[in-house]
Design a protein. Sequence first.
Length: 331
Amino acid sequence: MVKRRTTEEFSLSFLDVICCGFGAIILLLMITKTVQPQIIEASAINMEGRIAALQEQLFTLRGETHILNRDLNAKHEQLSQYEDRIAILRGQLASVKSQHESLNVQANSNDVVTSQLAIARQSLSDEMKRLLGMQYKRKNNLIGGIPVDSEYIIFVIDTSGSMFSYAWNRVLEEFDATLSIYPEVKGIQVMNDMGQYMFSRYRGKWIPDTPGRRKVIMDRLRTWNVFSNSSPVEGITQAVRTFYAPDKKISIYVFGDEFTGESIQQVVDTVDRINREDAEGNRLVRIHAVGFPVQFQRQPHLQTTGIRFATLMRELTHRNGGTFVGLNDYR
């Protein structure tokens, strides 16, 4: 019986193969090891720098966003204010339209009344001629208590913001009404309360009185808005100094709503010195005034300038042979 030879589990050839394999793996590791450890550390540092830069940009964007939000809120508030103003203006427009419609109705009624008044006046004139004779002459020329015997008239108009913004339509009405009581005069002049002429080419000269010229004056007055200090002394003194002549009967009409000057007495004394009396006690020119109660629509403690204007005009017109008319409404 033949005995089998026992096979060894690990032979020399097998060990050689294993050693060669490990050697090859070690050799591959040594060949492919090209990245040094310090490069990884540098990459980590660079990433931290980028993160810090991005955080700084984020903070900057947040700040800009805050500013933009604040500006946006301001724009919203401004838009709300504009909307409120638009609502107020719409209400004022509706009120003006309503007043315009009522004025048209009133104008139609006034046309009838004016026609009837003209007929009555003509009848009265004929009756007066019959009773008093053709040679009768009126002892005075008064209309509504205002002397209208002047041949030349000068308007001194306050063109301040309060007048132009609130009372200008009434100014146009009173201006036209004043002209209507003078059917024909020899000359007209218009200046503001600071002595600035409406028509510079007529500076120091009389504007000829014609229907066409009156229409031009009314058209210009509608948009005439020049600077004013709400003190009529400059306009009055310039009118007297420039246009007085011993052979001319002149009346000055002052339109205003307030007096902002320092002293009422100083204005009165200045006008007395310039518009002096003649030998018969008559002033060089008459001074009338129309007061527009714009300031009296405000709170009582804000009405001082309106009260001072009324006080000044009452004294000036009394001293200078004229009449002061205080309106009860500026609209």
